[in-house]
Structures are given as C-alpha cells and as structure tokens.
Write a protein that binds this ligand. Structure first.
Ligand code: SF4
Length: 348
C-alpha cells in the first residue's frame, strides 16, 4: 500500500531554527578492502520541527529514538543524509566545514555526562576559555576576565579558575560545561540530557540556571531528554520521538492533558505520581517488547508492534503527522480519537 506523503512541517514564522524532513541514515558495510553497503541504521527518518527565537522545544523519546542524533546533525557533528536545517536563513545541512566556523560560535551543545565532556587534563579556566580563543573573541587578558565572569554567572567561585574537573561534583561540572557553552555568546543551545547524569537534588538547580540564562541572554534551547517529567518544567512545546520519527508535537498542555498518540500516553503513565493513593489507583500502560531495531523499521506505523490500539491498517499504512485540533497539536496516529479512552482506562 502507498506510503503517504511526507508530513507537513509543524513550523512557525519566527523560527530561529527550522528543520525540514531531516534524514540521518548510518550505512552498514561489509568487507575490509572493498566495502559493500548491506543496509543502514535509520536513526532519523524524516523529522520536521521549528523553534522560535528565545523559546525551548523539548524533544523526548526512549534511548535509541534518534533525538540525540538530531542534535548532533544540527551542530554538524554528523552530515545529514538529506533534509534541511535552516538556522535563520542559512541551511546548516549544506555548509562546508570551512563555512561552519561562524555558525559554531552561535550554536553550542551541552552534553549529558559532565564527567566525559570535560577533558581532565585541562584546568577549568582553559576549558571555558577554549571556544573564546578558537573564535578570537578577545586578547588573553580579556578572555581570562570573561572566564572569571562566566564562572560567577553559572554560580561558581571565580577562584576555581585554575582547578581541574576532578575536583568538582557532577552538578558543578555541569555548571562548568554550561559556562563553556555560553562563552561565545551563542543564540542557540542544544542541551542533550543535561540533567540525566545528575542527582535528583541537583537537577532543579541546573534547570533553574538554564532558565535564568535563557532570560538574561535570550537563548533558544533544544532540550533533549528521555524523561517527560523533566521536560515539563522547561519546555512550553514538546515533541515526542519514536524510532527516528516524531509521533506527536504540541504545547505543554496538549501533551500532558490531552495526548493524542498511544506512545505519549505510555510515556506519561511511567511518570511516578508523588501521592501514594493516586499512584496506586492509576492505570499503567506497559508496552510489549523492546524498541525495534532501526535497521529493520516496522512497516506502516512504526509503533504498531507495541501499540495497544493497533489495527490491521496500522501495519500497512504509515499515518502522517497532522494537526488534529487545528491549533498546532500534531499526531501521527490513525486512531487518535481512541487515545483518550486508553489514557483513562489503561487498556484498548
Ligand atoms: Fe497505534 Fe495504529 Fe496509531 Fe500507530 S497508527 S499509534 S499502531 S493505533
């Protein structure tokens, strides 16, 4: 059966970043001297999204859904297989390495693990100052002064400037990583699971810091997380990914109060409720099986092998991502009208 046309881009006119039909396939090859392509890992498979200037988009999904790959394509750690990534009017997907330098100053990334992302051989001052030296934002004295200011800005003592990363806790290291990311005064930051590796008690502090910096500097964030409960606090708009595609995208209320995709409902049902009585009564939706391999993506709706609402049509026809409410609440499901009952009763 025919596959529907690509989903329309859920875009806004004032977007700082606009991703259109992004595809990132990693080839699988065989042979050492003569390499033969025998397949591909379809990490991202036609994703469109946009982020208005000064706002945050939350990108949520299980490990292996392709959300981090999107972030890495935007900063051009990967060159996408196809599609466009417009930063203002410049298509990041087509820029050559020599043209990327200017963009890299304006687009920065914060990684999940502050233990791995900071080189232990460099002092904190060197780590924060490095992007400023690369982009030649001042002389040595000016950069040192700015490094001290940045330490203060992220809540650390500027006297720490000559210490090494191993002398800091996880939360402090993530503050250092944030100071490094904002050192070139970027417009856009991709935060890839920035609080997942931290103690629960520290997470709120880092999120508050990121929100304060957003207000002060007018930053735009792509906030990547596997945890819908974290994204709720930072993102007014949220996209839910599954196996390389966006399954649902809406404002916060739409996702949490009226989800229109069974996968979103299952993610929401996994969030613990801090009230033992309510927690005991509510219906959990346990998905069957594991996430399918991105090498062999299921036909039709790629969620059909685990979906509690699946019907025969689901394995044959891929549902397009369409605005179900006319108010920017997009979902890719043939049976969105049955999702409310699923959320209420916990069964199909
Ligand atoms: Fe489930 Fe079918 Fe909707 Fe896919 S299209 S999410 S399989 S009901």
């Amino acid at each position: 059966m025919a596959v529907p046309a690509a989903a329309p881009a859920p875009s806004t006119t004032d977007a700082l970043l606009r991703v259109e039909d992004l595809v990132m396939h990693f080839p699988i090859t065989q042979g050492i001297i003569i390499q033969r392509r025998i397949g591909a890992v379809r990490a991202v498979d036609g994703v469109s999204l946009s982020i208005p200037r000064g706002q945050t988009l939350g990108l949520v999904g299980e490990s292996g859904s392709g959300k981090s790959t999107i972030g890495r394509c935007i900063v051009r750690l990967y060159r996408p297989t196809s599609g466009h990534m417009y930063f203002e009017n410049e298509d990041l997907a087509t820029l050559e390495s020599s043209q990327l330098r200017g963009v890299r100053r304006r687009v920065q990334m914060i990684f999940q693990d502050p233990y791995a992302s900071l080189n232990p051989r460099f002092t904190v001052g060197s780590l924060i100052a490095e992007p400023m030296f690369i982009h030649r934002t001042g002389n040595r004295r000016e950069i040192r002064q700015r490094t001290e200011d940045l330490l203060t800005k992220v809540g650390l003592n500027p006297r720490f400037i000559d210490r090494y990363p191993h002398e800091f806790s996880g939360g402090q290291r993530q503050r250092i990583a944030i100071a490094r990311a904002i050192s070139t005064e970027p417009d856009f930051i991709i935060a890839d699971e920035p609080v997942s590796a931290l103690d629960v008690s520290i997470r709120a502090q880092i999120i508050n810091l990121m929100q304060r910096l957003q207000e002060q500097m007018g930053l735009t964030y792509l906030f990547i997380s596997h945890d819908l409960s974290v994204v709720r606090h930072v993102s007014p708009r949220i996209a839910v990914m599954y196996l390389g595609k966006i399954m649902e995208i809406s404002d916060r209320n739409g996702i949490y109060q009226m989800p229109l995709h069974p996968y979103t409902v299952s993610l929401l049902s996994a969030i613990p409720i801090p009230n033992p009585r309510v927690e005991k009564q509510r219906k959990r939706i346990i998905l069957r099986g594991d996430l399918p391999s991105p090498v062999n993506v299921p036909s039709g709706c790629r969620f059909h092998t685990r979906c509690p609402l699946a019907q025969p049509i689901c394995s044959e026809v891929e549902p397009p991502l369409v605005d179900k409410t006319g108010q920017g609440h997009y979902a890719a499901c043939h049976f969105s009208d049955r999702v409310e009952a699923l959320a209420r009763t916990g069964s199909a």
